[in-house]
Design a protein around this ligand. Structure first.
Ligand code: SF4
Length: 123
């Protein structure tokens, strides 16, 4: 049975038709370039997503600027099936202030090569 995907690698948005061969590999048509094949293989065989969330800070500042959480994101896409575990670890984290935008809060999460970075500076 064929599956259809829209390649989002570039604005051309090719409509890909994907068939699974008996050996588990994919046959991709509808792509205008080789990146469409790579996109279909990653999306169907090993999907990954960038993850954004917030992490608790240890001592929020006072006043109107006080925030109790720092926004974070992954440095690279995370395997889709691992996102729930990653979010649990991010939500269990307590970040000591100050924190700088781009600072690594979790390095190489579970050996996956995914770092979790702060996306905001908090004094
Ligand atoms: S297959 Fe190539 S041309 Fe088509 S959307 Fe993907 S990257 Fe762009």
């Amino acid at each position: 049975m064929s599956e259809e995907l829209i390649c989002i690698t570039c604005p051309m948005g090719c409509r890909l038709k994907v068939d699974r061969r008996d050996d588990g590999t994919l046959s991709v048509t509808g792509n205008r370039c080789a990146r469409g094949i790579k996109y279909a293989e990653e999306e169907l065989l090993d999907p990954k997503r960038m993850v954004s969330a917030t992490a608790k800070v240890s001592k929020p500042g006072a006043g109107l600027d006080a925030v109790s959480r720092v926004p974070v994101r992954t440095s690279v896409p995370c395997r889709k099936e691992a996102i729930g575990d990653l979010l649990a670890d991010i939500y269990a984290l307590t970040v000591d202030l100050p924190v700088a935008r781009g600072q690594t809060l979790i390095q190489n999460w579970k050996g996956s090569g995914v770092d979790v970075l702060a996306t905001r500076t908090l004094p």
